[in-house]
Every structure is written in structure tokens, then in C-alpha cells.
Design a protein around this ligand. Sequence first.
Ligand code: ZN
Length: 506
Amino acid sequence: MDAVTSPAAYSELVQRIQRARTLGSVSDLLGWDEQVNLPPGAAEQRAAQLAVMAEVQHAADSDARIGALLAELEANPAALNGDQAAVVRQARKDYDRATRLPPEFVREKAAQGSRGYHAWARARAADDFASYVPVLEKNLELARREAAYLGRGDAPYDYMLDEHDPGLTAAVVDRLFSELKRDLVPLVREITQSPRAEVARRTAARLTGFPAAGQRDFLREVTERIGFDYQRGRIDVSLHPFCSGSGSDVRMTTRYREDQPLDALFGSIHETGHGLYEQGLPAAHLGTALGIHAGMAMHESQSRLWENQVARSRAFWRCFEPRFRELFPAQTAVVNSDELHLAINAVEPTLIRVEADEVTYNLHIVLRFELEKRLFAGELAVRDLPAAWRTAARELLGLEPANDREGVLQDVHWSGGGFGYFPSYCLGNMIAAQLWARVQVLRPGLEDDFARGDFTWLLGWLREHIHSQGRRYPALELVRRVTGEDLSPRHLVAYLRKRYGGLYLG
Ligand code: ZN
């Protein structure tokens, strides 16, 4: 590091940020425990614990001393080196977010979030969108107000996107998604209309009766081999799979279905990708911009890269198929290697996002982004969402929901005001494909490594170029630095065409 004029101010800032982050990690752990271990009668007690922790953390985040330190450091920007400037920039953003929202607003938003969740669950169960309209209208209003408090009242949707992916704007997403849509819609039509699509679905359906214990052993071996460090993390069971924690304590979850053995496996590999990223962040800088991830799109790129580009490849299964058959001899006897590979890469358009394969998944996200963008622009009224959803589903997926449960009511995100989150999933796929193209140029024999069960080169490369960078750069700049070009959907389309074209259109 270069010399700075106020090293004491900088060290104190870092100390305070890291302390606040440690408090946050305690809440994360309570949240993990709530989903994995909580006795049914303990929900209220846990809610009280989480509420107290949130108060304590908010007090730490909004401590006026942080404001004073930031003002001191910002008054003399030339004294900060690049890394320090990144830390100060992120700290300013977090501090403004903690201090510029009035307490009444924070309370109103929290109460609305909880009301919104229950209203959504009821509306979905009863297929009653009308009852959900006031909730969504209120959530939109709160989002606009929040953006205004943070000085982004002119561009509230950009503010929402930036919350998840620093630096991202609707204009950038719009350009990327329009290009993706143009090339992906026809490819999806070609694949899903191929006779092989039906064969793939039937083959996948033949994989039944896989006991959970065997699945657990297999996915543990696989995730350990690709590099997850079980000395600094673990995997448990929860209703909805997720990954939380960071540094030396990363918690992943999965769930087992005996008749869908590939679900737990690929779900776990996905969470392992998130976990590897968290385990690879610079430990000494945890909590500051040098030790946190570069945003949700980059996070999702790590999970998708391991789940899709790596684990759905032929080479990967050259390594793991013998063990899979050894653990499940009777269950796997119904498919040969080609059939297993086809089942692993089955494509089926569905109306439900969370059930979608990696080809059609992206179109579900394009649909949600386009609707969010129009909602925030005032071009679409909440009450007109169901019809707009049906039109978009027909256009993008070639399917039309029979009811709103299969359409606008399927996702939980908007019920809690989570606008601007969906694009990260698809951007993550684009980034993964662009990183994949890059590593294949750098190491042409990469897939031979996989066939030997060796993932060290790939993980080492990601560690060096992505994980160790923390949030020094906005994600799109990091992509440019690492791959030598701006993020483009063409790598994703080329990857999908190569892998799925080979299987379905060959
Ligand atoms: Zn994920």
C-alpha cells in the first residue's frame, strides 16, 4: 500500500466496518439455523433474537463516528491508494444506506415486507391476483421512496439494480437482454421441437428410487473433489437450498428427492460454486470492499459455471459416472452413458422459473426484467400485470399460463419489495459463459483435467482472477479485465448452441 496521510482514520474505519460485519454474520448464522434446525415452537423467540441483532447491527452501521472518519478520508482522496479508495467508496454507500432512510420508513418497509409475504402466499394459494394488487402497488411506492431518500429518485429502477449489482443500470441490462432474446428464442424453439427433447425427458424420468443417504455420500464426494473445503464449511438439509456465511464458515443446504436424484446433486454443485467464491475471498479483508463479493451477478456466475459448464459436461461424468453407478447399481442400470448424459442435459420449456433448465431459464428472467422495467417506468399498471405476463410468456417461452399461479404469482421476490434482483440470475449465466470461453483459450485441455477428476487449475484461476479481487471493481469492469472484452450474451448463446445443439440438433 502507498503511504496515506491519515492511516489512523483508515484503520479505524476498517475496524468498525469489520466489527459491524461480524455482527451481521451472527444474524446470518441465526438465519441459517432457523431454516435448518429450528424447533417448530421456537419461531417467535428466533424472530425476537433476529430483531435485536438487526437493531444492534443498524446502530453499528450508522455510528456517527463512521461518518466522521469517512468525511476525513474523503477530504483528501489523493492520500488513498486504489484499494483504500475502493474500501472508502463502499463504506460510504453502506453508511448512506444505514443513515439516510428515516426510521419510520425502515419500520414501515419491514412491516410491509412481512404483510406482503403472507398476502402473496394467500393470493397464490387461492389464485387471486386481485387481492395482491394493493401489496404490489405499496411495494412499488416504497421502492420509489427509498430510491429518493438515497438520491436516486430520478432513476428508481437503476437504484434497485445497483443494490444487487453495483454499477448496473436498466439501459445496460436492456441492451444485453435484447440481444440475448433475439438469438435465444429461436434456439429454444429448435431444441424443444426436436424429437430428442421428448427422449431426454423420458430418460430423466427413468432415474428413480435413489435413497437419500447414497445421494448425500455422492454429492459430498463430488463437491469435495471440485474444491469445497469442509474444514471451513458444511452442507445440511433445508426446504429451500441456499448458501450463507463466508470466510471460514460457509453453510450450504440441499434437499433430497428419491425420484429426482439429479436435483440434489446439481443444486449442491450450484451452492458449492457460491461457497467456493465465499471461501476464496481474502480472509484478512472480510467485510470491506476487498473481502466481499462483487455483486449477485458475479456470485451467480460462480454457481452457474460449476453447475452447468463444468458439471453437465461429458468430461465431468467420465470422472464421476463409475462412482455414481457403483453407489446406485440397480437405479442406473436403466440408462447407458449416452442416455445419462442426455438426462443430465434435458431441456423442457416450463412456465415455472425454478423448474427451468439452463437453456430456457434465461427467458424467464428476460420476461421479469421487461415487466419490472415497465412497472417502474409507469408504462404498466400493477393490475395489468397478469395479462402482460401471459403475453410475454407466449412470446418468449411459447407457453401460456392457465392461471396466475403459473404466471405472475409464482415468485416470492416482489412480495417483499425485491425488485431488480432477477436480472442477476441471467447476467450470472452470461458471465459464466464468458469466463468459460476465456479459460478454454487459456487452457485448451481443461476438460481433460475434469475427466481425471482434477479441478485445481480452474479453481486456482477463479481464485486468482475473481475471488481474490473482492469488490475492488464493479462486476462488469471485472469481467472486462478478466476476459479482455465487455460482457456480451454471445458467449452464452454460443455455449448453449454448442452443448445443446450437439445433443438435440446433431
Ligand atoms: Zn445461486
